[in-house]
Design a protein around this ligand. Structure first.
Ligand SMILES: Cc1ncc(COP(=O)(O)O)c(C=O)c1O
Ligand code: FES
Length: 392
């Protein structure tokens, strides 16, 4: 092993592509590059078959039928299509329901989709979470009524890793006659997911969070009872009219292979990953007295740690002092922002503490040596950053 290889502990931002996924994709770049919609010739039909095989693997991972899977460019698009598509279709059908209920800790693409819909006459209800990051089910039950069109609650949070009680939320949405969407980008392959058990009508997935390729994702759209959506794009009407555009066959094949592996090995990974997470945490607790884990410890995805270091200290300073460890202060898309994480603020964490917080994501390819070295390096980084003064 090369001694200076960086230790990658940012598996919530993205995961490496599994070598088996890369191998599965390769022939669809190099040998058969045909358009999977070109069913008039043999190469096109072979590509179409590979796409349909992949669709079946994706469906299998979440307990769905293949024809309920719509392929997209990723979870951002899936979330936009689910939320805007469901809202706009309902209005076209003359529905009076206008309220869309979600949580303050959702991913930006969910929150911004819902905020965008406010301009179209919809009523966002963005509910707070408890100090543990979990939804308050009584509060949710009160907010979801016969005027509610859609409830969108993520399965696993991308910063604090907490797992929401999807079965309870799905049940209360259905009771009120509202649709239930869940952003499962961080959940797939990490916790068991079954669209029947959680009564999801819509569920979003992303390839690059499950050791698959970047730029591909999927949206589960329930058929019984049938859920209908207004498409986001105009075009050739691919994906049963839900999503126009040529399917990128190699990426779809990669997502299928990633889903196949996740269905078989996800729970195996989970055991190993949570053991390594515990070792990392113990190693840090021994070296950094007063370090704190944010978010529920019990309802938490394996591999996630969200840690506030005792201050005054700046998380940026810790990362600079520990350049061999790849971690982050929060979501990749907001890490350039000056503002501290809105997810941590929603948990009631004061700004100074939010600024002293790191997100860690352990993954399938993290080794026991990685976590030992990371604990030592981050503790050393914290000491160095504390000594040089916080926030400078
Ligand atoms: C919870 C969650 N939702 C949505 C996304 C966006 O996914 P994608 O990068 O596939 O658009 C991410 C990843 O950043 C995420 O963590
Ligand atoms: S939260 Fe993952 S990139 Fe934005």
């Amino acid at each position: 092993m090369r001694p200076n290889r960086p230790i990658y502990l940012d598996n919530h931002a993205t995961t490496p592509v599994d070598p088996r996924v890369l191998a599965a994709m390769r022939p669809w770049w190099e040998e058969n590059f045909a358009n999977p919609h070109s069913v008039e010739h043999a190469m096109g039909r072979a590509a179409e078959e590979a796409v349909e095989q992949a669709r079946a693997e994706i469906a299998e991972l979440i307990g769905a039928e293949a024809r309920e899977v719509v392929l997209t460019s990723g979870a951002t698009e899936s979330n936009n299509l689910a939320i805007k598509g469901a809202a706009r279709f309902a209005v076209q059908q003359g529905s009076e329901r206008r309220r869309i209920v979600t949580l303050a800790t959702e991913h930006k693409c969910v929150l911004e989709s819902i905020r965008d819909l406010a301009a179209e006459g919809f009523e966002p209800a963005i509910l707070p979470v408890g100090p543990d990051g979990l939804a308050d089910l009584d509060r949710l039950r009160q907010a979801v009524d016969d005027r509610t069109l859609l409830v969108s609650v993520m399965a696993v949070n991308n910063e604090i890793g907490v797992v929401q009680d999807l079965a309870a939320i799905g049940a209360l949405a259905r009771e009120a006659g509202a649709l239930f969407h869940t952003d499962a980008a961080q959940a797939a392959g990490r916790i068991p997911l079954d669209v029947e058990a959680i009564r999801a009508d819509l569920l979003s997935l992303s390839g690059h969070k499950i050791y698959g390729p970047k730029g591909i994702g999927a949206l589960y759209v329930r058929r019984r009872p049938r859920v209908r959506l207004a498409p986001l794009f105009s075009g050739g009407g691919q994906e049963r009219g839900f999503r126009s555009g040529t399917l990128p066959a190699p990426l779809v094949v990669g997502l299928g292979e990633a889903a196949r592996i996740a269905a078989i090995e996800g729970m195996l990974d989970a055991g190993r990953v949570s053991e390594q997470r515990d070792i990392l945490l113990r190693g840090l607790e021994a070296r950094v007295p007063g370090i704190r884990v944010n978010g529920s410890r019990a309802a938490r995805v394996p591999g996630n740690l969200n840690l506030t270091f005792p201050g005054p200290v700046d998380a940026q300073g810790i990362m600079q002092a520990a350049p061999g460890v790849c971690v982050s202060t929060g979501s990749a898309c907001s890490s350039a922002a000056v503002e501290p994480s809105y997810v941590l603020r929603a948990l009631g964490i004061p700004e100074a503490e939010a600024r002293a917080t790191l997100r860690i994501g352990i993954g399938r390819f993290t080794s026991p040596a990685d976590v030992d070295r990371a604990a030592a390096a981050l503790a050393e980084g914290w000491r160095a950053a504390s000594a040089s003064g916080a926030g400078e």
